[in-house]
Structures are given as structure tokens and as C-alpha cells.
Design a protein around this ligand. Structure first.
Ligand SMILES: Cc1cc2nc3c(=O)[nH]c(=O)nc-3n(C[C@H](O)[C@H](O)[C@H](O)COP(=O)(O)OP(=O)(O)OC[C@H]3O[C@@H](n4cnc5c(N)ncnc54)[C@H](O)[C@@H]3O)c2cc1C
Length: 131
């Protein structure tokens, strides 16, 4: 349930008390999924972003975008935090910019072309938050 336990959970799949179970995707990629209340959100990396607006427009479903935005705002008040970048997150940001993934959008929860710092469902003490 903490930042520090993230990798341990993924390397300790399938044991009796592990919240993670291994599987192989239809494309043949080895992966893990949550077998616990909260599902894979209980074992994931906690990266949070709003969807691309085109996702709603192209889905073929009649989304009520006012409700969608109100839902985003509720989730973001409840469980989304601005992350403190550690060494590896800073390194990935710098690598993306160095190889030309521009522009740099800074911290934003919106879906943006380029590089950005997104939200995290780990709070400031490193504890995972679930709805
Ligand atoms: C390692 C990892 C990192 C990820 N990182 C991110 C990230 O940073 N940001 C992001 O947005 N997404 C991330 N994801 C993806 C995201 O977590 C999943 O897409 C999402 O949780 C899927 O939700 P779901 O409700 O469809 O399925 P799940 O969350 O998998 O829920 C399925 C639930 O059903 C239960 N279940 C299954 N079969 C049965 C059964 N027969 N009987 C009873 N219960 C059953 C399972 O135990 C589980 O609780 C990550 C996923 C993984 C594995």
C-alpha cells in the first residue's frame, strides 16, 4: 500500500498472501493483475491523467461531459496528488525531453501532447489511495 512496496508486490506474485497474480496477455506479454478488493488499482503505479477529449468524441457513446468533468473533479479532490519527483521520475522526464518529446507541459492532469508531470494516487506520505 506504499510507494516502497510497489516493486515487492510485483515480484511476489502468486504467493498465498500476495495481492497480485501473474498472467500473460493475449499478445504474449507477461504481466500482473490485482486479485484483491480494489483490483489492479491496489497494485498499480498510481499514475493519474484525464483522458484525451478525442477519446470521448470517438467512442460512439453519448457521454455527458458535464458529469464526466464533475467526476474528474471529485476523484481529483479525493485521491489525486501532485507527486514529488524522485531520481527515476526526473530521469525519465529528462530523457523524454532529450529525445525530443516536446513541449514540456509541467504539472497537469490534462491529456497533453509532449512531456508532462501527471498526478499520482500515492499521497504525500507515499501511501496508496483508492476510491
Ligand atoms: C503493474 C501495473 C501498473 C499499472 N499502472 C497504472 C497506472 O500507473 N495508471 C493507470 O491508470 N493504470 C495503471 N495500470 C492499469 C490499471 O490498474 C487497470 O487498467 C485497472 O485497474 C483495471 O481495472 P478493472 O476494474 O478493469 O480490473 P481490475 O482492477 O483488474 O479488477 C478486477 C477485479 O475482479 C476480481 N476478479 C477477477 N476474477 C474474479 C472471479 N472469478 N471472481 C471474483 N472476483 C474476480 C479481481 O480480483 C479484481 O479485484 C497498471 C496495471 C498494472 C498491473
Amino acid at each position: 500500500m506504499t510507494h516502497d512496496g510497489f516493486l515487492t508486490t510485483l515480484t511476489d506474485v502468486n504467493s498465498f498472501d500476495s495481492p497480485a497474480q501473474s498472467f500473460v496477455s493475449e499478445e504474449g506479454v507477461p504481466n500482473a493483475r490485482g486479485r484483491v478488493l480494489g483490483g489492479s488499482s491496489a497494485i498499480n503505479a498510481g499514475f493519474y491523467s484525464r483522458a484525451d477529449r478525442q477519446f470521448f468524441e470517438n467512442s460512439g457513446l453519448g457521454w455527458d461531459l458535464v458529469s464526466v468533468n464533475q467526476s474528474y473533479e471529485w476523484v481529483e479532490r479525493a485521491i489525486v496528488f501532485r507527486p514529488q519527483l524522485r531520481t527515476w521520475q526526473s530521469a525519465i522526464r529528462d530523457v523524454l525531453l532529450e529525445v525530443g518529446v516536446h513541449p514540456f507541459n509541467g504539472f497537469t492532469l490534462e491529456h497533453k501532447v509532449g512531456t508532462k508531470i501527471g498526478g499520482s494516487t500515492f499521497d504525500r506520505s507515499g501511501r496508496r489511495q483508492l476510491c
